[in-house]
Design a protein around this ligand. Structure first.
Ligand code: FRU
Length: 469
């Protein structure tokens, strides 16, 4: 009953809000975004029976965070997506304040979702249940209820299960906050997805040589890349450094070796995955051909969110583009998924001094620039990228404070690849050695304008707009 009632309200919100949302000039042409309301984390990303499935945290009723639903899209090629029935609605007591993030596995040829039922109490406290839901023959999801209550020794902040299969067993990593307010990742094992055995903490604040490392770790993901384990997670509460960790919350990784028997993860230092302004809650899956693919939320849960101009049109946030990961010299490299190249229209090429470069339209476009010397790049009169020979500085005006803010990448720049789509720019540095992801809200028809006397070699494509059906 409760589910039917929530679905009626959801339908009404879409009927009322859809026209206004679709009229927003900042609506992306080819990135995934919510029809109305707020989108945050990618969830349940999986490839199965010829389709990529991507679920997402969705508040269809508001541009603020609140009680989350799971929306669902699928695609055969990562470019053309179609809506699927809403997968999860927060209708039960064990998820009264949201069907929070989680993942998907395949059991008996069907998708099973593992997610967090979030429950808040009037006194401000909360608890969390890890829950299952199983795909039925209609492509809808039947809830099987909680399979794991709060483990002892942790606060109500235990969430975001990522589950995978290894050596005939199921494993889960969970983001957690312990009673001393330290962020942790727990590893659990199961034969059947229903009974779970907690193997303990495999990484966290104060563990593995990290020192104090945040009061909560969200959205863990653990997988193998070129024979090494990568633990992705989002630590909350890291202090900003001069050039790093400058966003309110971070998304990054630890590279190491997981001993499944001892439940020990020996790892190296923490690296941020992205050096831009908006990138959070990444989640990966394996493609049919063995590539490790990633989507992330192009947003950060911070006090700036509601200042985005899309809120006036009743929607907020997009996913990043799909990316493929590889490991090069002990670093995780991210590149746009090669499938995105089908979006490219006629190529244009140009070579010469930066000041003489033509202004390139970037409403929905891709640019590859080969670089030899310092230069400045203005993007839609809103973002400025400056390369001084040692570091990139990316600057913009903060929408809430009106003050200039900058992010940095340090290294030897040879090439930039920019993917621009109405309200976002993803900047891939040296074939993915670094990435700077950010939302931006230019007015009119934005252009990329190069300045300086560096010799540049440019490739430019306008991108087509695949229909989201
Ligand atoms: C990360 C996060 C998750 C949580 C979800 C709720 O952005 O806070 O930890 O499950 O969002 O929407």
């Amino acid at each position: 009953m409760q589910e039917a009632r929530l679905l009626k309200h959801l339908t009404l919100a879409v009927m009322r809000g859809q026209v206004r949302a679709s009229q927003d000039p900042h609506r992306p042409e080819w990135h995934l975004s919510p029809v109305i309301g707020l989108l945050n984390d990618p969830n349940g990303f999986i490839y199965h029976a010829g389709y990529y499935h991507l679920f997402y945290q969705w508040n269809p009723l508001d541009c603020r965070h609140g009680s989350k639903y799971w929306g669902h899209w699928r695609s055969t090629d990562l470019v053309h997506w179609e809506h699927q029935p809403v997968a999860l609605v927060p209708s039960e007591e064990y998820e009264s304040h949201g069907c929070y993030s989680g993942s998907a596995v395949i059991v008996g040829g069907r998708i099973t979702l593992i997610y967090t039922g979030n429950v808040k109490y009037p006194d401000g406290s909360r608890t969390a249940f890890q829950c299952l839901a199983q795909e039925n023959s209609q492509g809808e999801f039947d809830k099987l209820g909680p399979i794991l209550p709060l483990p002892a020794g942790y606060t109500g902040h235990v969430r975001d299960p990522k589950v995978w299969r290894h050596d005939g067993q199921w494993y889960m990593v969970l983001g957690a906050q312990d009673r001393l307010m330290q962020g942790k990742v727990l590893l659990l094992r199961s034969d059947d997805l229903h009974q779970w055995h907690n193997l303990g903490e495999i990484a966290g604040s104060g563990l593995g040589g990290l020192g104090p490392f945040g009061y909560m770790w969200e959205c863990p993901d653990l997988f193998t890349l070129s024979g090494q384990e990568v633990l992705l997670f989002c630590p909350q509460g890291l202090p900003a450094k001069a050039e790093r960790c400058r966003n309110t919350f971070q998304a990054g990784y630890l590279l190491g070796k997981l001993d499944y028997m001892q439940a020990q993860f020996s790892h190296q230092d923490f690296h941020e995955l992205d050096a831009g302004f908006e990138f959070y809650a990444p989640q990966t899956t394996l493609a049919a051909d063995g590539r490790r693919l990633l989507f992330a939320w192009m947003g950060i849960p911070d006090e700036d969110e509601l200042y985005k101009p899309t809120v006036a049109y009743g929607w907020i946030h997009t996913m990043t583009c799909p990316r493929e990961l590889s490991l090069v010299n002990g670093k995780v490299i991210q590149q746009p998924a090669r499938e995105l190249q089908v979006l490219r229209r006629e190529p244009c090429q140009w070579q010469g001094s930066a000041t003489d470069a033509p202004a390139l339209p970037i409403s929905s476009a891709e640019i590859i620039v080969d670089i030899t010397a310092p230069f400045v790049l203005e993007l839609g009169g809103t973002l400025v990228l400056e390369w001084d020979g040692e570091r990139i500085t990316l600057s913009r005006r903060n929408l809430r404070t009106g003050l200039q803010e900058s992010r940095y990448w340090r290294g030897n720049l040879q090439q930039l690849q920019l993917l621009c789509d109405r309200c976002s720019i993803e900047i891939f540095i040296n074939q993915g050695e670094g990435v700077m992801t950010c939302s931006y809200f230019p007015s009119g028809q934005p252009h990329a304008i190069f300045k300086g006397n560096a010799e540049l070699c440019l490739q430019h494509w306008l991108l087509s707009s695949p229909m989201l059906e």
